[in-house]
Design a protein around this ligand. Structure first.
Ligand SMILES: [Ca+2]
Ligand SMILES: [Ca+2]
Ligand SMILES: [Ca+2]
Ligand SMILES: [Ca+2]
Length: 342
């Protein structure tokens, strides 16, 4: 079973005349959902290990470039009340750790450009490949809640068909599927790259090295993703890498192997010898954000809010004019604003 231990520490309370906020530190010692995402595995949720690897330059190019992926889901709502509105949650730090099993993977703490991956492409000037953490998006009406860790891959899914996939964001904040970044010739910015002090870059990481992914909370789109997750009560992420596999799931000779991570079902985790994925967050909770229709937060729903909403009209990732939080500012939000007119 999930050996999850919770710490919920109220650090201190800040108060001013108009605003009060509490700072909450969240520590989750295991995910609620951890799942290897790979087309041909029948016991994904219960699997002890998840490996990440690529289909690039394999004979299996019907599969996503980021072929073996690991999905992690942390339920936060038992520690931080969900549903209070995105703007209630200001995430000042977010860290996820994963423990590697095996010692055949070189440490690379930085993103490699897409064109260093295909055969005959640019040289990879720093040895090794980064292990990258992205947001999670879902297809076919699944959510993190309904997919859990036992949802269907689905079986036999080809490129762009899997029900869970890693996302980054475009310059205007639209989510982008990072699964096929080599084929599509772009270098996605992950939420975080796995880091360790155990070895220097380019060296092999010993088995049980803990990789730390510090999410870039200063990035407004990542901040928004985290706020939306806390509002939902569940944080889902996808860990991927583009380590080569001669065919998906088959190891290359030494030096070309791909990483393997302990899932919460790992016997070593169950026996307390290794850690499952962990999540730590620091969140400043505002308790006076008002109603969402008061876009500028001045205490009234008035013409200034209406003008802001019209200015933001259209696709709008995480802007406060998107009153119902569906990624669009449209007539639904306009009607909500008018209904709340004061
Ligand atoms: Ca699992
Ligand atoms: Ca590299
Ligand atoms: Ca207002
Ligand atoms: Ca909307």
């Amino acid at each position: 079973m999930n050996q999850r231990k919770l710490q919920y520490l109220l650090l201190f309370t800040l108060s001013t005349s108009s605003l009060s906020a509490e700072v909450v530190e969240l520590t989750l010692d295991a995910p609620d959902f951890d799942r290897w995402m790979y087309p041909y595995n029948a016991t994904a949720g219960e699997r002890e290990m998840a490996s990440t690897f690529s289909s690039v330059d394999s004979d299996f190019d019907i599969f996503d470039d980021r072929d073996g992926q690991a999905m992690l889901g942390f339920i936060t709502q038992n520690e931080i009340t969900s549903g209070l509105g995105r703007d209630t949650y200001d995430v000042t730090s977010a860290t996820i750790t994963l423990t590697i099993s095996g010692d055949e993977v070189r440490y690379d703490p930085t993103v490699d450009a897409w064109n260093t991956y295909p055969e005959g492409g640019e040289e990879d000037t720093d040895a090794g490949r980064p292990i990258e953490l992205f947001g999670a998006a879902f297809r076919n009406a699944f959510t993190g809640w309904t997919f859990g860790e036992t949802g269907p891959f689905p079986f036999g899914a080809e490129r762009g068909e899997r029900n869970v996939y890693p996302i980054t964001f475009s310059e205007n904040g639209d989510p982008i599927d990072a699964s096929n970044s080599v084929l599509e010739e772009f270098t996605p910015a992950p939420f975080a790259v796995g880091q360790t002090d155990a070895v220097n870059p380019g060296q092999f990481m010993p088995s049980e090295t803990v990789l730390t992914f510090e999410l870039d909370v200063m990035d407004p789109d990542i901040q928004c993703y985290l706020r939306s997750s806390l509002d939902d009560g569940l944080l889902s992420v996808v860990v991927t890498s583009l380590h080569y596999a001669s065919q998906p799931g088959v190891k290359q000779p030494a030096g070309l192997s791909y990483p393997n991570f302990h899932m919460k079902e790992s016997w070593a985790v169950v026996l307390g010898l290794a850690d499952a994925a962990r999540c730590e967050m620091t969140v400043v909770m505002a308790d006076d954000v008002g109603i969402p229709e008061d876009i500028d937060g001045d205490g009234n729903v008035s013409v200034t809010d209406l003008l802001t909403l019209i200015a933001d009209w259209g696709s709008c990732n995480c802007c406060s004019s998107d009153i119902n939080g569906d990624g669009e500012v449209n007539v639904t939000d306009l009607l909500a604003l008018i209904a709340a007119w004061s």
